[in-house]
Design a protein around this ligand. Structure first.
Ligand code: GDP
Ligand code: IMO
Ligand code: MG
Length: 431
C-alpha cells in the first residue's frame, strides 16, 4: 500500500497538524519519526481545539493507530499530560504507542537546554527549552536512556545514576548552578514507567508488519525542512532530521517503502526563534499578517516572525525532500492585501542569486515580484474555480515556479475549510 509522508517546507507551523488530521481519515497508521514535544500541532474541529506535542495527529480518529517512532525523543511527563488531556476531551488514546527505541528526555536535558541558551547570550538559538537538543546529544554520545530502559528498573537506575552524576559536574563546574537530585528523578520516572508501560512496543516490527499487511501509513513530520540539522539554517535549527530522509532513519523502514512526499507550505513564511529569515517583514505589514494569521507559537506562545513567501527556500526544500505534491495553508490570511510580494531571487552581498546558500546569514535579502492581491474573504470557499482571479494567479505562480502541483488549499483552521484542487488525483493519493 502506498505510504505518504507529510513534511513542513519552511520553519515549522505550516499547518501539519491540521493536514495530518484531515488525511488520517483514510489512514490506518499515523507515525511520528523525529522531534519531540518542541512540536505544537493544532487541530480545530468545531469548538474543540487540540494542540498535540508528541501524540501523532491521527489520534482524533479512534480507529487510527498512532506510533511515536524510534527517532522521536519523548518527555514522559509531557506525553502523559497530553494523553490525559486528550482523554478528558473525550478522545480515546488506546491506540497510541511508544517505540522502545525512542530516547527519553530527562529533567537535566531541560536544564541543559536552558543553561546553554543563557550561556550563548546574543547568539542563542531561541529553542523551545524542551530539552530536545541535549536529549539528541546524549543519544549520539551513546549515553542516552531509551524508553525500553523504563521496563528494566535495574538498568534504568544505573544509567540514570551515571547521567545525573555526569550532568551534575557540568551544572556545578561549568554553569555554576546547583546539582540535581538523583533520587527524586528516579522516583518520578518509576511512576511514569508504570503509567506508560502498556503502550511501549517494538515499533520497528509493528511498522514492518503494517506494511506487510498493506495498511495505509502516514508519516507525520515535525518542525520543518529549514530547521533540519543537516540542511537547515545551521546553527539556528533543531536537532533532528526533519526532512523526508529522517523517515527511514527514524522508523527503521527502507526508502523504497515510501511513495508520496507531501510538502506543506504556508502562503507566506513564519519563523519562531532566532536565525536567518531573508523575507522577514519588519514593518507594520508583519504585524498585520501576525494578527490575521494568529501567528503565536502553539508550544511556547511566542510571537512568530512573519515574512513573504520565499520561493528560493521553497524550491530548495522541495528538492531535498523529493516533494511530489504541495499543500498550501493559510491562503485566507492574505485576503484584503493590495499587493502580495513573492520572493524569486536573493540579494547575497552584492550579487543576485537563485539558490539557497549554505552559509545563509543576515546578508541575504529577498528580491520580490509584486502580485496583485484580492479583496474577498475566501475562508468559506470550497471549489477552486470560485477563488478570486488574483488568488488563482498567486497559486499558479507558485506551481509554475516550483514545477509542482498544489493538491490542497487550506483556507481556515477548521478541519473542513479546504479546497481540494484536483479531486481525482487527491482521491488516488489518499484512498
Ligand atoms: P504545525 O506545527 O505545522 O501543525 O502548525 P501549528 O498548528 O503550530 O500552526 C498552524 C496554525 O494555523 C494553527 O493555529 C492552525 O489552526 C492554523 N491554521 C492551519 N491552517 C490554516 C488555514 O488555512 N488558515 C488559517 N487562518 N489558519 C490555519
Ligand atoms: P512544529 O512541529 C516552529 C524552533 C525553535 C528554535 C529551533 C530550535 O510545531 O512545526 P528546539 O527546541 O527544537 O531545540 O529549538 O527550532 N522550533 C520550532 N519552530 N515549529 C516547531 O515545531 C518547532 N520546533 C522547534 O523555535 O528556533
Ligand atoms: Mg507548530
Amino acid at each position: 500500500m502506498p505510504s505518504n509522508v507529510i513534511v513542513g517546507l519552511q520553519w515549522g507551523d505550516e499547518g501539519k497538524g491540521k493536514i495530518t488530521d484531515l488525511l488520517s481519515k483514510n489512514s490506518d497508521y499515523v507515525i511520528r519519526y523525529q522531534g519531540g514535544n518542541n512540536s505544537g500541532h493544532s487541530i480545530h474541529i468545531k469548538n474543540r481545539h487540540f494542540v498535540l506535542h508528541l501524540v501523532p495527529s491521527g489520534v482524533i480518529y479512534s480507529n487510527v493507530k498512532c506510533i511515536v517512532g524510534p527517532g522521536v525523543v519523548v518527555d514522559p511527563k509531557s506525553f502523559i499530560q497530553e494523553i490525559q488531556n486528550l482523554e478528558s476531551m473525550g478522545i480515546s488514546t488506546s491506540k497510541v504507542f511508544l517505540s522502545k527505541r525512542a530516547h527519553i528526555t530527562m529533567p537535566y536535558h531541560n536544564l541543559l537546554d536552558q543553561y546553554q541558551e543563557e550561556a550563548l547570550g546574543d547568539k542563542s538559538i531561541g529553542t523551545t527549552h524542551k530539552g530536545i537538543g541535549p536529549t539528541y546529544v546524549d543519544k549520539i554520545a551513546r549515553t542516552g536512556i531509551r524508553v525500553l530502559d523504563l521496563l528494566n528498573l535495574e538498568v534504568f537506575y544505573k544509567k540514570l545514576k551515571y547521567n545525573v552524576d555526569f550532568k551534575n559536574q557540568i551544572f556545578t563546574k561549568i554553569f555554576q548552578k546547583n546539582p540535581i537530585s538523583f533520587q527524586s528523578i528516579y522516583e518520578e520516572y518509576v511512576e511514569y514507567a508504570k503509567i506508560i508501560s502498556d503502550r511501549i512496543v517494538d515499533a520497528v516490527y509493528e511498522i514492518h508488519n503494517a506494511f506487510r499487511n498493506k495498511k495505509k501509513i502516514l508519516f507525520e513530520g515535525a518542525q520543518a525542512m529549514l530547521l533540519d540539522i543537516n540542511y537547515g539554517t545551521y546553527p539556528y535549527v533543531t536537532t533532528s532530521s526533519t526532512s523526508t530522509g529522517g523517515v527511514c532513519t527514524g522508523t527503521g523502514i527502507p526508502p523504497n517503502f515510501l511513495k508520496n512526499f507531501i510538502g506543506i507550505t504556508k502562503a507566506y513564511c513564519t519563523r519562531v526563534g532566532f536565525g536567518p529569515f531573508p523575507t522577514e517583514i519588519k514593518n507594520k505589514m508583519g504585524n498585520i499578517i501576525r494578527q490575521k494569521g494568529n501567528e503565536y507559537g502553539a508550544t511556547t506562545k511566542r510571537p512568530r516572525r512573519c515574512g513573504w513567501l520565499d520561493l528560493i527556500a521553497l524550491k530548495y526544500s522541495c528538492m531535498i525532500n523529493g516533494i511530489n505534491y504541495l499543500v498550501i495553508t493559510k491562503l485566507d490570511v492574505l485576503s484584503e492585501l493590495q499587493t502580495i510580494k513573492i520572493c524569486v531571487k536573493y540579494k547575497y552581498d552584492d550579487n543576485i542569486i537563485q539558490y539557497f546558500p549554505s552559509n545563509i546569514e543576515q546578508n541575504v535579502k529577498g528580491v520580490y515580484l509584486d502580485l496583485p492581491g484580492w479583496k474577498e474573504d475566501i475562508s468559506h470557499i470550497c471549489e477552486y474555480e470560485d477563488l478570486p482571479k488574483n488568488c488563482i494567479k498567486y497559486i499558479r505562480f507558485i506551481e509554475d515556479y516550483l514545477n509542482l502541483e498544489i493538491i490542497l488549499i487550506s483556507v481556515g483552521s477548521e478541519r473542513n475549510q479546504n479546497i481540494i484542487k484536483n479531486k481525482p488525483l487527491f482521491l488516488k493519493i489518499f484512498t
